[in-house]
Design a protein around this ligand. Sequence first.
Ligand SMILES: Cc1ncc(COP(=O)(O)O)c(C=O)c1O
Length: 391
Amino acid sequence: MYAFAKRAATLPKYAFARTDEMKAEAKAKGKDLIDLAIGNPDLRPPRHAIDALHRALDDPNRQLHRYSPFNGIPVFREAVARWYKKRFRVDVDPETEVLPVVGSKEGLLKLALAMLNSGEVALVTSPAYPAYFPAVQVADGVAHELPLLEENGFIPDLEAVPASVLSKAKYLLFNYPNNPTGAIEVDFYEKALAFAEKHGLLAVSDIAYSELPLDDGVVTRSIFQLDPEKKRSIEFQSFSKTYCMAGWRAGFLVGNRDVVAMIRKIKTVSDFSIFPAIQAAAAEILDGPQDCIDDLRKIYRERRDVLVQGLRGLGWNVSSPKAGMYVWTRIPKKFASSEEFAVSLGLSTGVILSPGGGFGRAGEGFVRMALVEPKEKLADAVDRIRKWGGI
Ligand SMILES: Cc1ncc(COP(=O)(O)O)c(C=O)c1O
């Protein structure tokens, strides 16, 4: 056998690899699956997104089929800057403060590679999007988990980070509206920036769900509304959830120009940015009408209500998210672990959920349900759980 690098050999199985196994087992038992494990949107991208891509593919100059510049085509970066202005009233320099990424997931890995020496620390809220942790490990760093507790509204206690950890820390990574908890921040960005300033850290905001507040009055922000000079911060945004374009692999990183330049440098050794035709289409999408997002929010709100109310009707005290596309809730008390609960439920009913332990240590005892099936299917899931009787 080859002697693989420790960083690869010791990488734990990715959270969703485990749910894939669960699905295979349930299928082998003849179960018809209702798959709520991954936040992989089932809805069509908006019509104008698909039309824009068709037009870009037919580009008469063929420029959009060639290699992209490493920092993306200007049309894309300029559209990102206009979007920030329109959406958050924030000024962004398209030349130096924007970098397309092949999905935020790719950018998050390159961030770790750009920032961490061996043994240095990334402060990462937990539970979190599962890729946050292994990205740090691949960069030979250490992810220090900041627990998001229900009693604190899923906002981290920054003062609890030990001095010995802080002395090795390089960045603080957080995500609001939060995956998986559905929590929103109200005044956390102020605290995060003050903390970053005090300890010489970079504040890294991930706003993949900023366009998906589900209830009236829920306000989502950009970190740059508080750090307009981008002295201490960068921010990731993705097309995957806002426009149901997860397979297109399109996102962007905006922020501190030194950090943007360093991540761009790392990317010069790995890729040529997003396929230019997708960049051109993505630029049109950002500039185009945004009412498709209102429709999407309405669909997620209806799905959430069917699932939450249905499960509450079974006596399960399920929490209702304010934003995003996930229901995150405690498992029933009689189960010893989130994995035991999810496996037992999945193999008995075909309803596949993600055990909370896969989202970080503070996720144990919870389970996540992604709202990626139509409401009729969610009602069916509730029905199957009722018949199972395990709640
Ligand atoms: C918080 C968060 N950030 C980033 C991503 C990855 O997005 P992308 O598809 O742009 O890689 C996800 C996907 O689920 C997410 O939940």
